[in-house]
Design a protein around this ligand. Structure first.
Ligand code: ADP
Length: 684
């Protein structure tokens, strides 16, 4: 493959010394010499000999010319010698011999020399051609040259790599057949491009062309006309570069930068929102239209149920359709579907193209199907919202036009990771706020609970002192009564302080030191019920005991507090005039003997959502918060104390119907059976 410039050099060189014209020159020289020797020297024709010398020099170069000349000279020396004498010549023949010698040698040297020069020129041409070929093959740009009819003449290795066609396949074919332009990036067409090239002799621009395997490539082309010395157009040369990869890289970089920018903004906005609801609203707004045409977020609430989904659409008028579809087809956690699958497993889902079959499959009926079409439903992805390994919810992103790719999914996951942390932060913030409120409430309640008895003690003490100051004879009965009241009140205060102390120890992760000794639970029940019956006139506490005594190794003071807590709650959370039932019995299970105490009321009960967490510290049910004073720590300590004894404290409750708390404690010995006894302290 030679370039046009190589061919031009070759033509010029042949004009200077065309090899084929050698014999012609030789012939002319021979005719000239023939005329010269005949006319001037009267020598018979030696032209055939000179022609032989010239032809030998032409074929074999100087050396073979000299050999031929030597033969000619030897023949002349022999032919012109005086007959009978060796190397003796007449005067005329001496001149002839000398002319023949000179002419033959001259002929050999002239023709041989010219031949050598022609050969040198020829090899120089070949060297230049080889060099240019190597140069063309080693450049990384595709170089294509055509003749004046735009037929391909030059097609280097880079062209083969760029377009997939070999030189042998394309040389001689019209360039626009081999490499049609799919599109000019500066919005011109073939005719306009041709026109520009012919007018200004060059054209630079970017075009989309097709590789042999059919894929499109972006080419940066530089096309120039090739002119002859006389200015006529002999062809076109194009230097083309495949910039598809660079272009893709640039686009990819721009996309990454745009996404980083978006995520940066999203992080800033999310960091600002410490409110749960607004965090989710922010995310849906952020996702549109950057990531989706519409999106829906489902969150799992604290109680393990699904909260009302939050949705956004690029066209706000269509939000109503999404809400209507959600109302018509609410998602249940128990059912099997794409969103619940992500909520249960935390897996991501990407459906690049939703065909009609799939759209039918996710639609509950014709109306749903039509509405999805209205909203735009070409591609979707479902991404879990995860924080600290826990799936908090799922976000569904839907595109009505373009198809989602793995890169989109990665981007959505990035956003949702930030969203998960923001939701978690919002929850933690809310919990912290609630904890602060609860702590304040606890302080208030404890202060209040301590202040009242302290005022009472102070009142009794002042009263007694005044009587003594007035030198009244102390009445033993009222003195004892006053002191007994002070004693009961301080015992209550000690109980409260001990409860606080136990709670503080449990919160600090310390063990409670139980003071276990043989104790009769029946006696504790009777005594505590009696005490609490005295505190209320509006409730009636009944006790049903099927055993005379229930003895075990128990921490008496602490179990008294547990019972006191259950009784005070039963009173606190049930309406005036209602009854409270305490049942004392024993139970044998798998060879072990258990003391069982039930405290039952028919009061407010506990809502189902709060029931599983009711023994958590500071947990107060929704139906009592703000209505009835409390700290939310009594049940936590009670359960812990019972468990430390090897027993259990459980609850069964229905809101607005009532609650039954059950204590089960291990016993040391089987109690003696006794007929059930029902009694009530308040009754005569
Ligand atoms: P407090 O009663 O001081 O709030 P507790 O730890 O004793 O704290 O009880 C925790 C929560 O359990 C209460 O706030 C209340 O919501 C619920 N609760 C406990 N006992 C009863 C009951 N007998 N009836 C209804 N709700 C109860």
């Amino acid at each position: 493959m030679f370039s046009s410039s190589t061919l031009a050099y070759k033509r010029w060189n042949m004009k200077r010394w065309p090899l084929s014209r050698g014999p012609l020159v030789t012939l002319l020289v021979a005719i000239g010499l023939e005329g010269f020797s005949r006319l001037l020297l009267d020598i018979p024709s030696a032209a055939p000999l000179f022609l032989a010398v010239a032809y030998a020099a032409f074929l074999g170069g100087v050396q073979s010319g000299l050999v031929s000349a030597a033969i000619t000279i030897a023949y002349t020396l022999y032919a012109y010698a005086t007959p009978g004498s060796f190397l003796v010549y007449s005067d005329n023949n001496v001149i002839r011999v000398l002319v023949t010698i000179g002419t033959s040698l001259g002929m050999a040297l002239l023709v041989g020399g010219l031949k050598r020069r022609a050969e040198r020129d020829q090899s120089e041409i070949l060297r230049i051609q080889r060099y240019q070929t190597l140069m063309l093959q080693s450049v990384s740009d595709s170089i294509i040259a055509t003749d004046a009819q735009f037929r391909i003449q030059t097609w280097n290795r880079a062209s083969e790599m760029t377009y997939g066609w070999s030189a042998a396949e394309v040389c001689g074919k019209p360039i626009n057949h081999v490499l049609p332009v799919v599109r000019y990036l500066d919005n011109i067409d073939d005719e306009q491009a041709k026109d520009l090239i012919l007018r200004q002799s060059f054209w630079n621009g970017q075009v989309i062309q097709t590789h042999r395997d059919g894929h499109e490539i972006l080419i940066e082309a530089s096309v120039r006309l090739i002119h002859d010395a006389d200015g006529s157009m002999v062809g076109v040369v194009a230097v083309n570069r495949d910039v598809t990869a660079q272009q893709q890289e640039r686009t990819e970089r721009a996309r990454i930068e745009e996404r980083q920018h978006f995520l940066g903004q999203a992080s800033a906005v999310l960091a600002d929102s410490l409110d749960y609801e607004s965090t989710i609203n922010t995310v849906t707004q952020l996702a549109i239209p950057h990531l989706a045409d519409w999106c829906v977020i489902h969150l799992i609430g604290e109680d393990g149920t699904l909260r009302r989904p939050v949705a956004a659409h690029v066209n706000p008028e269509l939000i109503e359709i999404i809400r209507e579809l959600q109302q018509r087809n609410p998602i249940e956690l128990g059912e099997d579907g794409p969103i619940t699958r992500t909520l249960h497993t935390g897996e991501t889902q990407l459906v690049p193209v939703v065909d009609h079959v799939r759209m039918r499959a996710v639609s509950s009926d014709d109306y749903h199907y039509r509405m999805l079409g209205e909203l735009g439903f070409n591609s979707y992805m479902i991404v879990p919202i995860i924080a600290h390994g826990r799936t908090l919810g799922a976000a569904t992103f839907v595109s009505g036009g373009r198809s989602y790719t793995a890169a989109d999914l990665e981007h959505a996951q990035d956003l949702m990771r930030r969203c998960g942390l923001a939701v978690d932060n919002a929850r933690l913030y809310r919990d912290a706020q609630e904890a602060i409120q609860t702590r304040d409430q606890l302080m208030l309640t404890v202060t209040h609970d301590l202040k009242n008895p302290i005022s009472a003690i102070k009142g009794y003490a002042n009263f007694l002192r005044r009587r003594l100051q007035r030198r009244d004879t102390p009445d033993a009965e009222w003195l004892e009564d006053g002191l007994a009241k002070i004693d009961t009140t301080t015992t209550k205060m000690t109980g409260l302080l001990n409860e606080m102390l136990d709670f503080a120890r449990l919160q600090a992760g310390q063990m409670l030191d139980l003071d276990q000794r043989p104790t009769d639970l029946s006696a504790i029940v009777s005594q505590t019920v009696a005490e609490y019956q005295q505190t209320t006139e509006r409730h009636c506490i009944y006790v049903a005991a099927s055993v005379a005594e229930l003895v075990g190794l128990y921490d008496t003071a602490r179990l008294e507090r547990v019972l006191a807590n259950l009784l005070s709650n039963a009173i606190k959370y049930s309406p005036d005039g209602s009854e409270i039932m305490v049942e004392v019995r024993h139970e044998s299970k798998a060879g072990a003997c258990w003391a069982v105490i039930n405290v039952q009321d028919w009061g407010l009960g506990i809502p189902a959502a709060d029931l599983p967490h009711i023994f958590d510290p500071f947990r107060r049910a929704g139906n009592v918060r703000g209505r009835v004073r409390g700290t939310g720590i009594g049940l936590t300590i009670a359960q812990r104390i019972v468990e430390l004894h090897g027993g259990s404290l459980t609850v069964a409750s229905v809101e607005d119907e009532g609650s039954t708390f059950t204590i089960r404690l291990p016993m040391t010995a089987l109690p003696a059976e006794a007929p059930p006894v029902w009694w009530n302290e308040a009754l005569p």
